[in-house]
Design a protein around this ligand. Structure first.
Ligand code: FES
Length: 269
């Protein structure tokens, strides 16, 4: 018995010998997406395991190390707001309690799925460009069915976003100088606001707010919140990219100040 040919090579499809008939630079977007995602993964991976320069001016904690719960956080007094209990080991990030969840949250995000299915997995890379995979089972089977965990990870991410917010607020207090405002505060605050925009514009959040309701008129508060979330949701892809950028910028700022490469400019205090 011969194997059934599927996809663009199936006998019922028009037989086009060329790989694609598109002559524009269709590969540009998937290539740029791959480079963008890869850059973030490499940078984030390096920083998560560097275990250095994560706390600056005795108050700025980078989001890559939040919450700092390793015994190693003791090297920077004041950086651990929620206790230190994980062993200090080169292979255990100081924020091992949050980073894996944040990574999987982004990995299973509906927007990022679209981005890496098209760019990294090229399934397909663009319209009228055939995919190289012989069969497609989508997210109905293992392992991609696990993408459904996203809706549960949303709740954990809300908790982590609250922790990031706490970090940004306590950063206004210097242990010796009291209330101060520096450029670092502006950077941390902007990052946390944009992180909230990304988290609240999540499709799962929209569903939590307004999903499974038969009559919006009977739930005016949920309906109102749902309309706000829906407005944010239209920008979800934008927030997904912006927050990758702000996370790197915020971390880089803390790294540069902590390493003494630059000085944090004080605006108040
Ligand atoms: Fe992107 Fe939930 S859909 S974070």
């Amino acid at each position: 018995m011969t194997a059934q040919v599927r996809g663009v090579a199936a006998p019922t499809r028009a037989q086009v010998p060329a790989g694609t008939l598109r002559t524009d630079r269709w590969w540009l977007l998937p290539a740029a997406t791959t480079v963008g995602l890869l850059t973030f993964v490499v940078y984030g991976g390096f920083r998560a395991f560097q275990q250095q320069y994560f706390f600056a001016d005795e108050r700025y904690l980078t989001p890559f190390y939040s919450p700092c719960v390793s015994l190693g956080c003791a090297s920077e007094p004041g950086s651990a707001h929620f206790g230190m209990f994980l062993p200090d080991h080169p292979l255990i990030p100081y924020a091992a309690l949050s980073l894996p969840f944040l990574l999987v949250f982004r990995l299973t995000c509906y927007y990022y799925r679209k981005a890496y299915y098209r760019s990294v997995w090229i399934a397909p890379a663009a319209c009228a460009v055939p995919e190289p995979h012989a069969k497609y089972t989508g997210e109905t089977r293992f392992p991609l069915i696990l993408q459904n965990a996203h809706r549960y990870l949303f709740y954990l991410t809300v908790i982590i976003s609250l922790i990031n917010t706490y970090d940004a607020i306590v950063a206004f207090r210097h242990p010796d100088d009291g209330f101060v405002v520096g450029i670092g505060n502006v950077v941390l605050l902007a990052n946390v606001v944009l992180l909230w925009c990304y988290t609240l514009s999540c499709h799962s959040c929209r569903h939590v707010m307004g999903g499974r309701l038969t009559h919006f008129s009977k739930h005016p508060v949920r309906y109102r919140i749902w309309t706000w979330i829906s407005a944010l949701n239209t920008r979800h892809a934008t927030f997904a990219w912006i927050t990758l950028g702000t996370l790197v910028v915020t971390d880089l700022y803390v790294l540069l100040v902590a390493s003494g490469t630059i000085t944090d400019l004080r605006l108040v205090g």
